[in-house]
Design a protein around this ligand. Structure first.
Ligand code: GCB
Length: 657
């Protein structure tokens, strides 16, 4: 079903989150590093707004740090998760009416959580809504501290006030942002934090709203609310909002640890950034090993060598504790930060993907952050269960389809030895859309890429960056590519590839292609990732024919690119309890036989470096004729994590039980 489109929709134009002109907005971390151009681009408006550069303390801006706050002898942390006040603002009157100080008619809401599954009138509301809470900040933070407010994920655009002062604005869901709030805090009364969030599906955003050329796969399946992607556009504060305090004199702003293997030794290169152009001393400790840090203009480096190191991987996800400390003239600690790092290498050699120098085959899934009631809100119980089920199924990998996942999920992957393809939210891109929209999307995608690399660069589990899912350069499923669109995509993806490598030269970079899509774009990237639905969207009901087409397709990709190939999606909608012999579409048997054929085809091809089943679990989508109950049913587990037959089949293939 063709997607309903809103040609000429003018995102940001006039919306309260599209207008901060003249206001002083303090935005720290990677977002500040990316600068005003990217923030302005985040407006996604057909009329690009001319925003002022976000004010920032020059020391922090430009370093790209987005360290996860932690508590230790020098640092404090306050998690505001819990019940906040909430109010929809469909007429967008709140800002002018002073809602940043008090909401006129609030109701309670859980933070973190999507708002859509909590209130009937908020289900399909993607416009503006307000969150508000009040809290005392500990008196001990008053002296000698700088205090920051960090929002883990606000989907999509957010503006943040403390006691009525605008302190931050951010575009793009799924990634954290923070602002210094030291000067805005009150110490003799509770502080009011207000956050306005909206998730409008607008043309210049990433992911984009539906444009004149329609969406990707969502264009086929249709859907309400209209999106360019096949998952529900959950909105709200999806991850915790934290206040954290660091020493005022100077503090550790960023730590980058990259690892190499030399013979049996592990070599760790550490770069530390400290605030205010710090020029003092520090040290870095890794188990028994220690090295001095001598800072110049806020930066210091050290290299540590671990003889006969334990290399990180699925079989032995060994983590080393890296402690970084800033010291005063007497060698006493003035700030510290601890990271768990894994020593490992990832590289592409010819048509093989190598982990620690050995070929590796990814077995796993595409997933979603999606669970009843919570929507996309952080759900640690879900994450713990999902990792348990990954282990149960014998999987070693997943892709963060189609946006960055919670930091806790990345931490668990490190600890459990799970290999992650880490993806920015660039889904639903169509290069037939107007050039202006493409230019705005590029700025927004670059911003998200910088924020993602800044956040996740130290996770050994992230083995690859992915810059987009299923971009279109013509009609999906095998229509003729449109030359102008192919060229526009070429420029777009070269830029994203180069920027990713500039930010991180230690990991391969990929793009996930759609079935029948533009092949030329894969040539830019290190690994060829493709989504294939032979036997579902094409060759329906004809599994043997589908398998032959798949095999030809894989061999063709190999001949053309000579690179490792990963099938990052393949799957069938399956209703638990529906059975058919011989197998028929939507039955549990059909899902098993389909997966069997795909896994068999891959097993005969050593250049296939991974197979990710679509999907780990059933997940919420918009409403449409192909989405029974507003759900995508391609999970091998149901949405509440009960196994379908296919889950048992995968377990027998992957775990050998
Ligand atoms: C795809 C998309 C994914 C969809 C899936 C499907 O190719 O990447 O987001 O959910 O197909 O089930 O149609």
């Amino acid at each position: 079903m063709p997607q309903s489109s809103t040609p000429g929709a003018c995102p940001g134009a006039g919306g309260p989150l599209g207008d901060v002109a003249g206001r002083r907005v303090v935005l720290m971390g990677a977002a500040a590093a990316a600068g005003a151009a990217s923030l302005a681009a985040g407006q996604a408006g057909a009329q690009a707004p001319s925003e002022p550069a976000p004010a920032s303390d020059g020391a922090r801006a430009g370093r790209g740090g987005l360290l996860r706050p932690q508590r230790n002898a020098h640092r404090e942390l306050l998690d505001t998760s819990g019940l906040w006040r909430f109010q929809l603002d469909p007429r967008e009157e709140g800002e002018a009416a002073g809602w940043s100080r008090a909401l006129p008619a609030p109701r309670p809401i859980a933070v973190p959580c999507s708002w859509n599954d909590l209130f009937d009138d908020a289900k399909d509301h993607l416009g503006l809504a307000w969150y508000q809470t009040e809290l005392w900040v500990p008196a001990a933070w008053r002296e000698g501290r700088r205090v920051f407010l960090r929002v883990g994920s606000a989907n999509y655009a957010a503006k943040v006030w403390v006691n009525g002062t605008l302190v931050a604005e951010h575009f793009g869901g799924h990634l954290p942002f923070e602002a210094e709030v030291t000067g805005a805090l009150a110490w003799d009364r509770p502080n009011t934090i207000a956050i306005a969030v909206e998730n409008k599906q607008l043309l210049g955003r990433v992911p984009p709203g539906p444009g004149p050329a329609g969406g990707g796969v969502a264009g086929i399946v249709g859907g309400y609310p209209a999106t360019t992607y096949d998952f529900f556009p959950y909105a709200g504060l999806h991850r915790p909002v934290l206040l954290h305090a660091v020493p005022a004199a100077t503090h550790i702003e960023d730590v980058t640890a990259t690892t190499r293997i030399e013979g049996r030794d592990g070599v760790v290169d550490v770069t530390v950034a400290a605030a205010g152009g710090y020029a003092g001393r520090g040290r870095v400790r890794l188990g028994e090993l220690e090295a001095d840090l001598a800072f110049r203009a806020g930066t210091a480096q050290a290299t540590l060598r671990i003889p006969s190191a334990r290399f990180w991987g699925p079989r032995d996800p060994h983590l080393y504790r890296l402690d970084v400390t800033l010291t005063d003239g007497q060698g006493r600690g003035t700030d510290s930060y601890a990271l768990d790092i894994g020593i490992r290498t990832v590289e592409v050699r010819g048509d093989r993907l190598l982990l620690n120098g050995e070929p590796v085959a990814l077995r796993g899934f595409g997933k979603h952050e999606d669970f009843p009631l919570h929507g996309r809100g952080l759900d640690l119980a879900m994450w713990v269960r999902d990792y348990e089920l990954l282990r149960w199924a014998g999987a070693n990998s997943y892709r963060t389809t189609h946006y960055p996942y919670a930091e806790e999920a990345m931490e668990l992957a490190d600890r459990l030895g799970v290999l992650v393809i880490n993806e920015i939210p660039a889904v639903g891109l169509n290069f037939e859309d107007p050039e202006e929209a493409t230019a705005q999307r590029l700025d927004q995608a670059l911003l998200q890429l910088r924020e993602l690399v800044a956040r996740d660069k130290n996770h050994p589990s992230t083995i690859m960056w992915c810059v987009a899912n299923e971009p279109l350069g013509g009609p999906p499923l095998g229509g003729q590519p449109v030359p102008r669109a192919v060229e526009a995509g070429m420029r777009f993806f070269r830029r994203l590839y180069d920027e990713t490598r500039r930010l991180d030269a230690t990991r391969p970079v990929t793009l996930v292609g759609v079935q029948g899509g533009v092949l030329d774009w894969h040539g830019i990237f290190d690994v060829v990732c493709v989504n294939r639905y032979f036997g579902w969207y094409t060759q329906p009901g004809r599994l043997d024919e589908a398998a032959r087409v798949l095999e030809d397709d894989l061999d063709g990709l190999h001949r053309r690119f000579g690179k490792p190939v990963i099938v990052t999606e393949f799957g069938t909608d399956t209703l638990p309890g529906v059975h058919a012999a011989p197998p028929e579409m939507w039955s549990e048997e059909y899902q098993v036989e389909y997966l069997r054929r795909y896994l068999d085809a891959a097993a005969r091809r050593p250049f296939v470096a991974g197979m990710h089943v679509w999907n780990f679990a059933d997940f919420k989508t918009g409403q449409g004729t192909a989405r029974a109950g507003g759900m995508n049913h391609k999970g091998v587990f149901t949405r509440d994590r009960r196994p379908k037959m296919a889950a048992h089949f995968l377990r027998s293939r992957w775990a050998g039980t």
